[in-house]
Design a protein around this ligand. Structure first.
Ligand code: PLP
Length: 351
């Protein structure tokens, strides 16, 4: 792979005050698609793109992305968490948006080279990581609603701290009764840009009411819970860990899948099923809803302390992180940071 190194390395930020997605490394990977084929990927200095104002993605949102993390432990060992799964999911998103697929093996190789080149940017403080954002956009300069004839795939890297400013404090989430995220047959299963633009207004309204995020309900009946902005959801009801089944409108999270694999391996009762908001409220009222948490790459596991619904707050487990949530957080981060043995084949070592 051709690598052009920067002549102006950036000053690194204070790794103890990173926040999420605010700083970017010195280099990025770029690969263009033209005349029906991908060209060779290249690593180049991180810099703005120049785009014609008529570029497809700027009008019709033909864009998809992924998110995954690289870790460096105290001995300097660098790893990625399930990177192949992200590339496979990116190809699923690409098919949904009529975009070209990537070659998973060669892209994984290129991704590894990029992370190794930027290894000094991987923070080692607890809870920190190097976030990778593979992205693909339609780049043909032509108005007219049809799939773009040209694409750019790129990977940018950002050293990140804990996703939520409040750390592992339980979050306040509003069950959204008016707006919806994705109907069946829509693009909910794809990690595509438009899904997020469409979710912002509900998020703003929730914030005005004192909640951090919204929990989406199904678009047809507004009855079944689906997921939160960038997290899948789990509810512990009668000791069973329940998560909404992947019906087609929910993003198939890799962290979600990891949680399910851990629960199954440990013999802890879990179900992928339909979870109605009525069931949640009833279980809460009868004291059978003991925990709720979200799962996603950015926050890993995020306890939910309050669910707002129809003007009332359901306070879960006294607004404290519960034992199953805490167990899963420790287990998953243990595997990711190399403190625990990876019995699942999730960790890909780079050095
Ligand atoms: C990315 C994302 C998730 C979480 O997926 P992970 O693979 O676990 O990071 C969940 N829901 C939505 C809508 C997302 O965009």
């Amino acid at each position: 792979m051709k690598i052009t190194k920067t002549q102006h390395p950036k000053q690194k930020p204070d790794f103890s005050k990173l926040g999420f997605g605010k700083y970017f490394t010195d280099h990025m990977l770029v690969m263009d698609y033209e005349n029906g084929a991908w060209k060779e990927p290249e690593i180049v200095p991180y810099a703005p793109f120049e785009m014609d104002p008529s570029t497809t993605v700027l009008h019709y949102g033909q864009g998809i992305f992924e998110g995954l993390k690289a870790y460096k432990n105290a001995e300097g060992k660098i790893t990625l968490f399930r990177p192949r799964d992200n590339l496979i999911r990116m190809n699923n998103s690409a098919r949904r948006l009529c975009m070209p697929e990537l070659d998973v093996d060669s892209m994984l190789q290129a991704m590894k080279e990029l992370v190794l080149l930027e290894q000094d940017w991987i923070p080692t403080e607890p809870g920190t990581a190097l976030y990778l954002r593979p992205t693909m956009v339609g780049t043909a300069a032509e108005l007219g609603v049809h799939p773009s004839s040209k694409y750019r795939f790129y990977i940018i890297l950002s050293p990140v701290g804990a996703y939520y400013a409040t750390g592992l404090k339980p979050t306040r989430i509003l069950i959204e009764e008016h707006f919806v995220r994705a109907p069946l047959g829509g693009t909910g299963e794809a990690k595509c840009m438009g899904n997020y633009a469409a979710s912002l207004l509900a998020g703003n309204v929730a914030k005005e009411k004192g909640y951090e995020q919204v929990l989406w309900l199904d678009a047809k009946e507004h009855k079944y819970v689906e997921e939160v902005g960038a997290m899948n959801m789990f509810f512990v009801i009668d000791g069973v860990v329940k998560t909404p089944a992947l019906v087609g409108s929910i993003l198939p999270g890799i962290t979600r899948n990891s949680v399910l694999q851990i629960l199954r391996k440990e013999g802890m009762p879990c179900e992928e099923t339909r979870v109605s908001v009525d069931e949640i409220v009833k279980a809460y009222e009868e004291g059978r809803l003991t925990e709720a948490f979200g799962s996603g790459t950015a926050a890993v596991i995020s306890p939910v302390g309050v669910l707002g619904y129809q003007g009332k707050d359901l306070v879960i487990n006294g607004n404290e992180m519960g034992p199953i949530t805490s167990y899963l957080y420790d287990k998953l981060t243990g595997i990711q940071y190399g403190r625990e043995k990876d019995e699942y084949g999730w960790i890909v070592a780079l050095n």
